[in-house]
Design a protein around this ligand. Structure first.
Ligand code: SAH
Length: 200
């Protein structure tokens, strides 16, 4: 019987995942304060659980335990190389968006009493750099985790998060910031930078 042992690509994935959790841990500690507005319902909490399972729990189990072996795939060196590059780029954007969002960050749909609308740093280029970083990290995961199910689980969970949460998050921002957010949304793309609109 063949027992899987973490390959080089899998080890890289585990190291990058530890870095991801460390970055989240540091910023979560810094932003621990009571929120004034919450739209954190069961749906949003289930989505957070699903993203945690798809990004972290499932791939970490699959690269260290003999499970879901029927869905394993070969691991060409090019996949490992591009996967590592994607993870590094994703971690950089993840860190950057956390640093730019500062106290305005929340794991769910919430606002501070004195919530600051952030439109600078990464938020100058896209409205959702943290979700964009999840897509880049998910691409890295798909390339480093040599299993079709565990590799694609992160991207699938993040796609669902974005489909369900993004409209609700923007509605919450419009309720709070009105035309200020509408204007921001007109100028700045959601996930990809938009070409700058020139003043007429
Ligand atoms: N969607 C953003 C932020 C994710 S964290 C991103 O992908 O980068 C989710 C929380 O961030 C929301 O509950 C909301 O309170 C806050 N938020 C989202 N966009 C914001 C902005 N431009 N300025 C300030 N807070 C914002």
């Amino acid at each position: 019987m063949h027992l899987p042992h973490p390959s080089f690509a899998a080890t890289l994935f585990l190291v990058f995942t530890a870095a991801y959790l460390a970055i989240r841990g540091v910023f979560a500690r810094r932003t621990r304060r009571a929120k004034a507005v919450s739209r954190a319902d069961l749906r949003d909490r289930l989505l957070i659980l699903l993203v945690g399972a798809g990004q972290v729990a499932l791939p970490c189990i699959v690269v260290t335990q003999p499970v879901l072996a029927f869905a394993s795939r070969p691991q060409p060196d090019a996949c490992t190389l591009f996967g590592a590059v994607a993870m590094l780029a994703g971690l950089r954007l993840f860190w950057r968006s956390h640093a730019d969002l500062g106290e305005s960050w929340s794991v769910t749909l919430e606002l501070n009493a004195d919530h600051r609308l952030v439109t600078e740093g990464a938020y100058r280029h896209v409205r959702h750099p943290m979700y964009a970083s999840f897509l880049v990290l998910g691409t890295g995961q798909a390339l480093l985790v040599a299993n079709w199910i565990a590799g694609l689980a992160g991207l699938a969970a993040v796609a669902l998060l974005m489909a369900v949460r993004l409209p609700r998050e923007e509605a919450m921002m419009i309720d709070r910031f009105g035309d200020q957010y509408r204007d921001y949304r007109r100028r700045v793309g959601a996930i990809l930078p938009r070409r700058r609109l020139r003043a007429a």
